[in-house]
Every structure is written in structure tokens, then in C-alpha cells.
Design a protein around this ligand. Structure first.
Ligand code: RTP
Ligand code: MG
Length: 139
């Protein structure tokens, strides 16, 4: 089975009506969107999702931003999906992101950087399970 990763199209992007434009970049890179749902995260959901960053100075702002507007949660499938999506996303700071990446094209700042993608296969499994049951993912 092809590898899967978890993606979030963040509020800064949904607010600017960029869901389709970002999905076009994802699909253009050969990744398949095998599950997708639009949802407004609760503060509890956002806090739990970003628990690893709880001690970082930007944690409060991050949780605020992630709950400000709806997000689109997705499961992406393809060869080396975790690494492939990290490459398509570009660097966390859009000023350092490579040409053609999602963050280079669309991100507003290091915080409002348009997308999230899992950073390992283990975390992908954990993150996917926070939002999707197996029967909701159709590969
Ligand atoms: P992500 O988890 O969202 O895919 O992004 P990432 O791995 O590139 O970045 P990470 O270090 O995991 O940080 C998670 C998210 O926190 C926000 N952030 N703000 N103000 C800041 O200095 C700062 N640093 C990180 C970003 O929204 C980042 O994507
Ligand atoms: Mg991360």
C-alpha cells in the first residue's frame, strides 16, 4: 500500500479561498487526496494536535490561529507521501521556502503558513487517527 500522510489547509488559506489552488499543487505533485473534510477546530482539538509545541512561545498564538476559521483536514496518499508532501509544502518560514512550493506561493508568515504536513510516518498515523476513521479513507 502506498504511504499516507496527514495534511491541514490552515485558516489563513481557507479564509482567502485557496483550498482549490492548494489542492491543485498537491495533486500536481502526484499525491492523491484520499480523504478530506472541512471542520472548525475546537480549542481542545487544536491544543491536543499541537501538544508537542506546548512549551514554545508561539503555542498560544498558534492555537488561536488554528481555531479562528475553518480548516480542511486531509489524508494524502502516494510514494513516500510524508517526505513528498514536506517537499511540496516548503520550509516553515515562507521566506526560506523554495520556488513552486505551497508556502512560497501562498503563506503569509512563519505562523500563518497555509498548510500542515506530518513530519514522520508514525506521526502521520497518529494525526490521521485524530480526524478520520479507516472507513472514511478511500484509496
Ligand atoms: P507543520 O507542523 O505545521 O507542518 O509545520 P512545520 O513542521 O514546518 O513547523 P513546526 O516547527 O512543527 O511548527 C508548527 C507550526 O507552528 C507555527 N510556528 N510559528 N512564530 C513562530 O516562530 C512559529 N514557529 C512555528 C507554524 O504555523 C508552524 O507550521
Ligand atoms: Mg511540524
Amino acid at each position: 500500500m502506498a504511504e499516507r500522510t496527514f495534511s491541514i489547509i490552515k485558516p489563513d488559506a481557507t479564509r482567502r479561498n485557496l483550498t482549490g489552488a492548494i489542492n491543485a499543487v498537491i495533486e500536481g505533485a502526484g499525491l492523491r487526496i484520499v480523504a478530506q473534510r472541512r471542520v472548525k477546530l475546537t480549542t481542545e482539538q487544536a491544543k491536543k494536535f499541537y501538544e508537542v509545541h506546548a512549551e514554545r512561545p508561539f503555542y498560544g498564538e498558534l492555537v488561536e490561529q488554528m481555531t479562528a476559521e475553518p480548516v480542511v483536514v486531509q489524508v494524502l496518499e502516494g510514494d513516500n507521501a510524508v517526505a513528498a508532501y514536506r517537499e511540496v509544502m516548503g520550509a516553515t518560514n515562507p521566506e526560506q521556502a523554495a520556488e513552486g512550493t505551497i508556502r512560497k506561493q501562498f503563506a503569509l508568515s512563519i505562523g500563518e503558513n497555509s498548510v500542515h504536513g506530518s513530519d514522520s510516518q508514525d506521526n502521520a498515523k497518529i494525526e490521521i487517527a485524530q480526524f478520520f476513521t479507516d472507513d472514511q479513507i478511500v484509496g
